[in-house]
Design a protein around this ligand. Structure first.
Ligand code: PLP
Length: 378
């Protein structure tokens, strides 16, 4: 059975005819980039995520860079974040010359441990970037309290969590600024792409400038003022997302709710399948949260992880490990980060494995994954 199958990936996009039609219609229009569809996509994502403003970027990483740049941080400033994330989260702190400080995670969720955040706050701390790991929202109530008490900016890297909710509120309106990614493995895709959503008008203006060379007005504002003049106030980049990509985004976003439901259904089936096996554990979602399940992560005994990984890979199942603690990377080692900073993250990292989860995963393929995991473990 395994041999005539192609790899079941851990995640993959769905592109339907209406997505293709939406892109083609932009290709036939007057604008390929920075036209009406960019605004349309930004408004749609902001609305969908409970925020006032959206600013699109060329990637989730560029969005995080924009967030850090709009905080006016520099050398000596510290930003607390999690080591269990894609390195782009803490790299964004390095982009602006500030220092990432890693706080440990909760072993049952792999979300940042708010008590450890509190322990790591110093007089140099300016912000906290949390990650809604796997699609599960962080403890925003406690994080908000900590941020207010110490006057810190609260940032959410919600690249896993488009469509997630916390206490009935959507991920997007819970932090001062929230970043999303539209990479094909995420919930909805634009090929490459990202967005920052915020309720703060000042951040909104700064983000827009930053992604367009630091220029205050865009071409439309100049057109309406009938002037060729523009001024560069601050250093910016070309991090724009095109109309072509935004057309795909608008079309994909219409399907988000259905896809998040499907991801939840797949997760419930995995939960049930492994419920009675003592040596494996799923991650917990708080009862008042809605998980968007970008990943389905299983904890297996640490001495069996490589075996499980290689057996499943041999069977054509694209299991993965999310993530190696960020400060294990040579770049971070060179910067002076050492093993032992976050013992829970380090221990849990040895146990985790991500199983395939994406809306187009068939029942048959999921049954195959479950049976192979059981086979490898029992
Ligand atoms: C995907 C991802 C990013 C980066 O997004 P890109 O669009 O690939 O640049 C950042 N943080 C996390 C947690 C992610 O999963």
């Amino acid at each position: 059975m395994a041999n005539d199958k192609k790899l079941i990936p851990y995640g993959r996009q769905i592109i339907e005819q209406d997505d293709i039609d939406a892109v083609v219609s932009v290709l036939r229009s007057d604008f390929l980039t920075t036209g009406p569809v960019v605004d349309q996509f930004e408004r749609a994502v902001a609305k969908k995520t409970g925020a006032a403003y959206g600013v699109s970027f060329s990637s989730g990483t560029a969005a995080l860079h924009g967030i850090m740049a709009s905080l006016d941080l520099g050398e000596g400033d510290e930003v607390i974040t999690t080591p269990i994330t894609f390195a782009a989260t803490s790299n964004s702190v390095l982009y602006v010359g500030a220092t990432p400080v890693f706080a440990d995670v909760n072993p049952r969720t792999l979300l940042i441990d708010v008590n450890d955040v509190n322990r790591k706050i110093t007089s140099k701390t300016k912000a906290i970037i949390v990650v809604d790991y796997a699609g599960n929202p962080c403890e925003y109530e406690k994080l908000r309290a900590t941020a207010s008490e110490h006057r810190l900016v609260l940032i959410s890297d919600a690249c896993h969590a488009l469509g997630a909710e916390y206490h009935g509120r959507k991920v997007g309106g819970l932090a001062d600024m929230t970043a999303f990614s539209f990479h094909p493995v995420k919930h909805v895709t634009t090929g490459e792409g990202g967005m920052v959503v915020t309720n703060n008008a000042e951040y909104y203006m700064k983000l827009r400038r930053f992604r367009n060379h630091g220029i205050c007005d865009d071409y439309k504002a100049r057109e309406s003022k009938k002037t060729w003049c523009y001024e560069i106030e601050t250093l910016g980049y070309n991090y724009r997302l095109s109309d072509i990509q935004c057309a795909l985004g608008v079309s994909q976003l219409n399907k988000l709710d259905v896809w998040v439901e499907r991801r939840n259904k797949i997760a419930r089936k995995y939960d049930l399948a492994f419920k009675d096996i003592d040596i494996v554990q799923n991650l917990e979602t708080a009862p008042n949260s809605k998980n968007a399940y970008h990943l389905y992560v299983l904890k297996v005994p640490e001495n069996k992880r490589s075996e499980v990984f290689s057996i499943l890979r041999t069977d054509g199942i694209g299991v993965n490990v999310h993530y190696t603690p960020v400060y294990y990377h040579p770049l971070y080692k060179r910067l002076g980060y050492e093993k032992g900073i976050c013992p829970v993250a380090e221990m849990t990292y040895e146990q985790i494995i991500s199983l395939p989860i994406f809306p187009a995963l068939t029942e048959e393929d999921q049954d195959f994954v479950i049976s192979r995991v059981k086979n490898a473990i029992l």
